[in-house]
Design a protein around this ligand. Structure first.
Ligand SMILES: *[C@@H]1O[C@H](CO)[C@@H](O)[C@H](O)[C@H]1NC(C)=O
Ligand SMILES: *[C@@H]1O[C@H](CO)[C@@H](O)[C@H](O)[C@H]1NC(C)=O
Length: 319
């Protein structure tokens, strides 16, 4: 009896030590032969220490492939302000394998002339955004690790992409969801790399998987955002076109087609989201990850619903 009690005591205190760890890496495992390092960022929160962001990171391209989170009522709490803290993840496997996002991502000289010097830098675009994490300062902090950041077209990031982020979070008032954000598999060869030779992804995408409140079936909605610079020549028309394409609801299949040989990482991320990101949240009403994987098409009703919902977004004054 005494021995059993001792063992239970040891196991119990080990458990609380693990769940008591603060913001940082859950695990920083080995980089796999395909060049992908997978890890989960944890955070302190009003619910205790929780897993926050699941990331699949490409060490060769120095870009995230996917950044996945789960949105529920916790993500609607806005107690703290945004505080910039762009920095590398401290992990031996990722030393010298990260874009240095502490510095601004300067435009190359040809890029600068394309935008007529309206911008000096690509935005350091968050995959998983800051706003849904304003329930704790530590959670906000966790979004600023470089493996959650990629060079992004500035106006697109601040206007139509912001609309996609804002609307996706806003839907949480009606239902919880898994939300996955990724960079497209191809590089932006139209504009080329940044001044300091960082790779720029050709596009960004975001998907939300949730149970339809009416039909109780799993829906997956996707958004795809081209990441080419909007040139000063013909700027107004390009912005209209960029807004229309970025805010159009699409099918998961459209994202899988863009990912090509890398589409299996999307499937992995849905399954890992269910396995890892639900811990400590007590969320009800989530779809099963298996149905997120299998729902590759989007119904006409879901497109109609999201098209109307996107129109309710109020853009910042300078969009
Ligand atoms: C944010 O991260 C930095 C490390 O980069 C740490 O020093 C700081 O305490 C963190 N802030 C919060 C509120 O967690
Ligand atoms: C720029 O980066 C690419 C990979 O994106 C690499 O192949 C090339 O050698 C780099 N060029 C310079 C000048 O560092």
């Amino acid at each position: 009896m005494a021995r059993l009690a001792f063992i239970l005591f040891v196991v119990g205190s080990l458990g609380s030590q693990i769940s008591g760890q603060s913001t940082g890496l859950d695990t920083c495992g080995l980089t796999q032969p395909d060049g992908i390092n997978t890890f989960t960022l944890r955070t302190a929160s009003p619910l205790g220490n929780i897993p926050l962001i699941h990331i699949q990171y490409d060490v060769n391209r120095k870009l995230p492939i996917t950044s996945t989170v789960m949105y529920d009522n916790l993500n609607l709490v806005q107690n703290v302000e945004r505080v910039d803290n762009f920095r590398n993840v401290e992990c031996g496997q990722l030393t010298n394998k990260q874009q240095n996002c502490a510095n601004t991502m300067r435009l190359s000289l040809p890029q600068k002339s394309k935008v007529n010097s309206e911008y000096n830098s690509w935005d350091r675009g968050h995959l998983t955004p800051v706003n849904p994490m304003r329930f704790s300062a530590e959670a906000v902090n966790a979004t600023y690790y470089c493996p959650n950041i990629a060079p992004q077209e500035p106006w697109t990031n601040r206007c139509p992409w912001y609309a996609v982020e804002e609307r996706t979070l806003s839907r949480t008032k009606s239902f919880p969801s898994y939300v996955m954000t990724g960079t497209c598999a191809s590089d932006n060869v139209v504009d080329g790399n940044t001044y300091y030779n960082l790779t720029v992804p050709d596009c960004f995408w975001k998907m939300a998987c949730y149970l339809d409140p009416t039909t109780k079936e799993t829906n997956v909605v996707a958004f795809i955002s081209e990441n080419h610079l909007i040139q000063s020549t013909g700027k107004a028309a390009s912005r209209v076109e960029r807004t229309a394409s970025t805010t159009t609801p699409r099918a998961q299949l459209d994202v899988l087609n863009l990912m090509g040989a890398r589409s299996s990482y999307v499937e992995t991320a849905w399954l890992e989201a269910e396995r890892i990101l639900t811990e400590g949240r007590g969320t009800t009403g989530l779809p099963s990850a298996a149905t997120c994987v299998s729902t590759k098409d989007i119904s006409v009703a879901t497109v109609t619903d999201w098209t109307a919902f996107m129109k309710l977004h109020r853009p910042p004054f300078d969009c």
